[in-house]
Every structure is written in C-alpha cells, then in structure tokens.
Design a protein around this ligand. Sequence first.
Ligand SMILES: [Zn+2]
Length: 345
Amino acid sequence: MPLLSVFNREGKLLPPSEIPLVVLSDSEWRARLSPERYRILRAHGTERAGCGTLLDNKQAGVYSCGGCKLPLFSSLAKFHSGTGWPSFFQSIAPGNVEERVDRSYGMVRVEILCGRCGGHLGHVFNDGPPPSGLRYCLNSEALDFTPADRLAELADPAVELAAPSAPAGTRQIVLAGGCFWCTELAFEQLAGVLDVESGYCGGDPQRANYRAVCEGNTGHAEAIRISYDPSRISLDQLLDVFFDAHDPTQKNRQGNDVGTQYRSAVFYADESQLAAAKQKIQDLETAGRFPRPIATSLEPLGPFHSAEAYHQDYARQNPTQPYIQHHALPRACQIRDKYPQLLTR
Ligand SMILES: [Zn+2]
C-alpha cells in the first residue's frame, strides 16, 4: 500500500501512513465522474487555458483529487503563473502526487497523477518560483476545493476507522445490500454490533444526499457502517449475515429497487477486509449457496457520508410503514431464525 497523507476528523493533515489504493473499472469511473471530469482524470485530457473554475480562486484551503478526494495541494503553495492553469510550487505531502514521464505529442514532460487513484492531474515543470523552482500545472476539473474552515469534511475513512472517539478495539465495516432501512435493522439485533449507521458510499461526495442518490447517477450505494466489538462478533460472522440479509445475486437491484444505488457491495478499508470478503464469496459459491453467481462488488472504501437523520433507525422508528412491514421486518426475522446464537439477549 502507498504511504499517503490524509486529513482526520479534526481537519488536521496526518503524517504519511499506509492507505489502500482506489482501483475502479472504466465503467465505474464513468458512473462516478461527470463526462468532463472523466475526460481529464481518466483519459488524460487537458482543459483549455484560462477556462478552469479554480484558476483565480484565492481562498485559503485545500485542493483535493476530483476522483478520490485525496488532498493534493494547499492554497499556501498556489501562485499566479500567467499560464492560464492553476499552478502550485509544491504538493501538500510527499507521495500524494505521483510523477511519471510523459512522451505524448512529441514532447518529454513529467505528468502528475493522484497517488491513490492514479487520476491524471496535469504536468510539473522546472520553471516555478522559489523555494522549489517547480511549477505544478493543474487542470481545475481534476480538483475539488475545500475552504480552510471546513477541512474536517476531508476526514478520510481510512483514518476515521482508527478515530480515538471510537472505543478501543472497536472495528468498522461498510456494507451495501440494497435499501439501508432493511440492512440496518438486520444488523442492529446482533450481539457485539455497537452501532449501525445508514449512509452513502462509493459516489460523488458533492451529491451525497438522499434525493440525488435515489436518482441513481451519483455513483453511491445505500450503505451501512457497522461498528462492532471483534471479541463478541467476527467479521466472518458479519459477512455471513450480510449475504443472508439481501440477495447478492441481483446486480444493481434488490427486488423492485433498481439502480446502482441498490448494488451489493463490500467497501473494504484494508487488505484483510478485502481478503475476508473474497474468501466468503468463494466459500458460498463453492457450497452452491445461491442458484446464481454472486454479483457483490468489492470496492475500496472512499468517503462514507452519513444519511439524513430521519433515515437513522428508520425501521425502528417507523414499524408500521408498508415497506418496512413487507421487506425490512421479514428479512430481520429470517436473520433471527437462522442465527439465534448471534442475537442480543
Ligand atoms: Zn485520486
């Protein structure tokens, strides 16, 4: 895993630590990014000089990757180069911006890329100002800007997992199995599960709200973040319940809920979670547990956005709602019947 610097919940940039790469397929990138963003970040495009939205931005804050939110540049290193593209004399942290020789168009240039998702950012040249003498020449479209007073919004899930506010020894896993009202209820009844939070994962951070996610084109999945005590319930047991709490053979749907927002996914925070999920799927396939292949995608954990307050504990708060009566409660009961040893007493 690469050594990258990310922000914590207090809006502080942390020293480099091992952070998983973000690796998505071409179709996943297309679903996640706007066409122009895709053209720049994934197809190595360049925006026209003088046109970028961040060219004249003089606010204090941090510029992060438009593909995966990794912090890349601070406003403290921004300068006016007169080239028509946003320019910086250094990156925010070693490792966060990668360099690669680019011989396209008959020139020899040094391309710069995001250290986590490999997104194309621009190029770096040797004609910058002191102290570095470098000029990082960026496409605005490759960047998101976060003002200095809102840096906590850049808090990265990779370090949030080890946040000191969580009780010592607590672990988290983010899972998506269709409507989060249903999956939240299924897991809340398990002993050792300390908290289940409904939210959105795997999509455009700017549009992480229920209305946008329901339209199905933000890239998000409705997901739950489970905090658990590994001394009382294991990741393996949680994955067993996960694969019984929804139909993992349906691709981008659960029954009448259709769209990528209802996809089945495990958002892994590290290599051990990835390996556990791969093994579980392989075991279930080998055992012939389902009549069709498992369609669950394994995706690197990006930002998890907590859903609006009224979605939290929705099934418990709205037990007579028809969707809860017909979908969430029967599923939760099936889990109770199958896993009596895992229930809270
Ligand atoms: Zn990135």
